[in-house]
Ligand binder design. Sequence first.
Ligand code: PLP
Length: 395
Amino acid sequence: MSDQNPVFIPGPTNIPDRLMRAMQVQTRDHRAPDFVKTFAPVLRDLKAIFGTTDGTVITFPASGTGGWEAAVCNTLSAGDTVLVARYGMFSHRWIELCERHGLDVQVIDCAWGAGAPVDDFRAALAADSGHEIKAVLVTHNETATGVTSDIAGVRAAMDAADHPAMLFVDCVSSLASIPFHMDNWGVDIAVSGSQKGFMLATGMAILGVSPKALAAMDQATLPRSFFDFRDMTAANASGGFPYTPPLQLIYGLRESLDMLFEEGLDNVYARHARLAEGVRRAVQAWGLQLVAQSPGLYSDTVSAVYVPQGFDSNVLTDHAFNAYGVSFGIGLGQMNCRVFRIGHLGSLTDVMLLSGLATLEMAMADLNYPVTLGSGVAAAQDYYRMTAGAAVRSA
Ligand code: PLP
């Protein structure tokens, strides 16, 4: 039953049939000229998604976590200082990864539900007159809390402090869904993956790397082998891979890029913004609270929602799955049992999303939540009806 329903987890996302078919190819020789013809344009076209002309796109057969590791181990040395804020499970995990690599991690702890603390970054960077901080690490879209941070603001803080640190941004749950401007924001490494905005199966870490980050490799001494940028860029220069590539995913990525370009990136972003706003109106109609502290932080790819006092969000997500065959995101880390998450990114329409909202209402009603059946769906329907023209025009 459940495999016929869309998932409403914030990644991996629903895979459109078109991408399923694109990935269903028989083994081909990755050393044949045919692969070169496919892969080189994929790398070139990915640059438009990152918003970079100066940067180099590097992919690895890995998930997003591998992308974090690649960013760190190619550019830094043990003992180097990095500045990071923790405001959710994913910023936390990136911090842990840095610690395991022996970096000196200067952590700014924030409330979960807050975004990147631009003023605190500015102060920390201004205080670092010896320029010990080699990189500032920011999670653009904190998937655990449904918060999108202001990367342009972080860049402005770095510039205001006149600090030469590199800027590394996790855009795993924002790229190809929420506007991302690698060059304009002065991002040195942007880390993403195949399984969210690209609507594909998990298995490719996708990174945008600036010339400054590539140059940092000359001094960086953290051990690297599988994730070595140099091996990858050298092989990519002739259209190849230093080891066996995830061929089916690369064919999928070709098709995914075609789909994104056919829709138009601005329309992709507008669709996500519209879907998200409908969800937020439903949450408001239910009388529930978002984890994101203020509207400027609301994520257009995932909404994290507190359950009322006395309820357990894991019971709700389990019940939605067991009774109706529909998956929602659970609360992670300190949000566990307190929060459920509605993923609204990737291959989704308003009509699909309404089915998710209706399912949540049924599950909440079954569990005696103080929520009126139909209230959230009606609020979302009103919003989607009001804005349908724009969506239809851009479809
Ligand atoms: N960063 C963010 C913002 C994420 O949402 C995730 C996964 O959901 C990751 C990093 C880790 O990526 P992966 O699970 O693909 O290793």
